[in-house]
Design a protein. Structure first.
Length: 293
């Protein structure tokens, strides 16, 4: 039972909040009140959550020696030795195989996207996370794949601007994460730095990249809500009313990162910062109100 407990912890269910991007196509296609769409999105959320959890386990196995030198990561079940490597690996492989079989029966396109996601994350864990800039782009692509899964399971056509906006937003979040990690490692001894690619970044470079990502994310979202195709689909030209919520959300995130030292974990901000969470809910509510009135 202890092994099962630590295996479930290693799946990092708290991080599954990232998979809410799967619901985006359902919401933005006005199917969020239809039971069939909700059911398929929830099932995809659960299945993909377990798949992504297996990727966390694989990553923890590969990084266990480095994690043992880190002041925080050393307490992870695999790094601390509370969960054996063999047990973790076998359990993750069995779970992953089971999830892929279920996904294949659920949706062929969902299966292909998931296989690509797994392959990409294996390569990321092995060496891509050590390649400057590519490491950030791989993380961002993972969010785009989540949106594509939401479209695949519900047979929803995705507009290019929503995929571009998702990619740029994920780039923004990944850059903030790298910046906060870089600040943190300045307090560590060189042997405690488990993400060596951080040594190739500088605060100045990351700040410039964050500025670019902030601007392009806002522009891409504005282009999305002003797109004639989107306006025709939703039968409204008032979607620009949602832009202030997006601006506040991004600026609030920057404030929390630069002034409060947060931002290393987006899920922590969603769970803990009330203004950010309320703004997110208001954005969704406003969007739904505009397209359903």
């Amino acid at each position: 039972m202890q092994a099962l407990k630590y295996f479930l912890i290693s799946l990092r269910p708290k991080q599954w909040v990232k998979n809410v991007f799967i619901f985006a196509p359902m919401i933005f296609s006005l199917h969020m009140f239809q039971a069939a769409y909700i059911w398929r999105s929830l099932l995809a959320f659960l299945l993909f959550g377990l798949v992504s959890g297996c990727m966390y386990v694989f990553n923890d196995i590969l990084d266990r020696e480095k994690d043992r030198l880190h002041p925080v990561k050393k307490d992870r079940p695999i790094a601390s030795g509370r969960l054996g490597v063999r047990i973790a690996l076998v359990a993750a492989l069995v779970l992953l195989a089971g999830m892929l079989l279920l996904i294949a029966r659920f949706s062929h396109e969902f299966f292909l996207i998931t296989v690509f996601y797994v392959a990409m994350n294996v390569l990321y864990s092995l060496f891509l996370k050590s390649v400057v800039i590519i490491d950030i782009m791989v993380i961002a692509l993972g969010f785009v794949l989540r949106v594509m899964i939401g479209g695949a399971v519900n047979t929803i056509v995705l507009y290019p601007w929503i995929l571009i906006s998702t990619f740029l937003l994920a780039i923004f979040l990944a850059l903030i994460k790298r910046r906060q990690e870089l600040l943190k490692i300045q307090e560590l001894h060189p042997e405690q730095v488990t993400r060596k690619t951080l040594q190739s970044y500088t605060l100045g470079l990351l700040d410039q990249m964050i500025s670019i990502a902030t601007a392009t994310t806002l522009i891409s979202y504005i282009m999305y809500v002003l797109s004639s195709d989107v306006q025709q689909k939703f039968h409204t030209d008032k979607l620009y009313y949602t832009v202030p919520f997006v601006i506040f959300g991004i600026f609030r995130y920057l404030f929390l990162s630069y002034s409060k030292g947060e931002g290393e974990s987006p899920s922590d901000i969603i769970y803990s910062d009330l203004p950010f969470t309320l703004n997110l809910l208001l954005w969704v509510a406003t969007f739904i109100l505009l397209v359903t009135r």
